[in-house]
Design a protein around this ligand. Structure first.
Ligand code: ADP
Ligand code: MG
Length: 289
């Protein structure tokens, strides 16, 4: 899907005016920093993050627990104002939630409204977009079909399993037709088999729609399985430690991809980097730094 796998260097980013980025650079974030609180209570979560997500790219972000992954997604989504730096979605600076961006969080029980049916959960954000009733119905029907939940439109979230509820959250994002989908550990609370099914579902949706996905996970196997590129973050205050291009054959397959020698090699490399970061933060705690 990508025509050019060589991503611009930091030097390129700083010399090129951000507004000049081609539209295919769907999400551009530069010099992003987030510090929570003030004075003595300050917590510097993100020191400096720069990255570009290109149209149709699947990016996975991994890093030690508590390093700032959720903080990063929240600021990309315009839900949290960064202390420094900027994010552009389709060339427009983010200064609130962009209309062409959708989010799926881990906590599906909190993201779906229990008093609305599955269908209404999917359609309520569309009413605010000024879309006709017929179009809204069409989008919701086809999104439910795409996630394998045709026939569940009139059910309530609490009548569905965790995996099915997460499918509804994905259907809502599909119906919204966003060009960027941000996902924060979306499959962390479902069982292994459901998780594998949901991974394959998201890959299929991405293939069919060409949506750009930025997906946070603490599961390294999942990150390599899904991604075109894995971005590894350092411990807090976080920066980008390393990026890996994942050139494993597509479509990916739970058995053949995960047993491929390149997969196993990448997995060991990423695990090594994260373990190294974890031991640094352990050292900091032990030395009271
Ligand atoms: P991750 O998602 O990688 O586990 P988070 O982005 O949730 O990490 O948190 C990064 C750091 O910022 C953690 O040390 C966390 O305690 C801190 N943090 C997160 N949210 C807040 C907040 N609202 N106020 C103060 N500190 C916060
Ligand atoms: Mg998190």
């Amino acid at each position: 899907m990508l025509d050019n796998r060589n991503f611009p260097s930091q030097a390129f980013l700083s010399t090129k005016k951000l507004e000049d980025h081609a539209v295919k650079d769907v999400l551009v974030t530069t010099n992003l920093g987030v510090t929570y609180g003030r004075n003595l209570d300050q917590v510097e979560a993100i020191r400096k993050i720069d990255f570009i997500a290109r149209q149709g790219e699947f990016i996975c972000i991994v890093g030690p627990s508590g390093c700032g992954k959720t903080t990063l997604l929240k600021s990309l989504a315009g839900l949290l104002e960064p202390t420094k730096g900027e994010t552009f979605v389709n060339g427009k600076k983010v200064d609130g939630p962009p209309s062409d961006l959708a989010l799926v969080f881990q906590e599906y029980t909190r993201s779906l409204l229990p008093w609305l049916t599955v269908e209404k959960n999917i359609t309520f954000p569309l009413h605010a977009k000024g879309i006709s009733k017929e179009e809204i119905h069409k989008r919701s029907t086809s999104a439910l079909e795409e996630v394998g939940l045709s026939g569940f439109a009139k059910k309530y979230p609490w009548q569905l399993s965790g995996g099915m509820q997460q499918r509804v959250a994905i259907a809502r994002a599909i119906a919204y037709q966003a060009s960027v989908l941000l996902m924060d550990e979306p499959f962390a609370s479902v069982d292994a088999q459901t998780r594998a099914d949901l991974e394959d579902l998201v890959l299929k949706i991405q293939r069919d729609s060409g949506v750009t996905i930025v997906f946070v996970t603490h599961d390294i196997d999942e990150s390599i399985y899904l991604a075109d590129r894995v971005v590894v973050l350092t411990q807090r205050p976080t920066t980008v430690k390393r990026e890996f291009e994942i050139n494993l054959i597509k479509p990916r397959d739970q058995i053949t991809t995960k047993s491929h020698p390149d997969f196993i090699k990448l997995r060991a490399e990423v695990i090594g980097l994260i373990q190294n970061e974890r031991s640094k933060s352990q050292h900091k705690i032990e030395n009271n730094e």
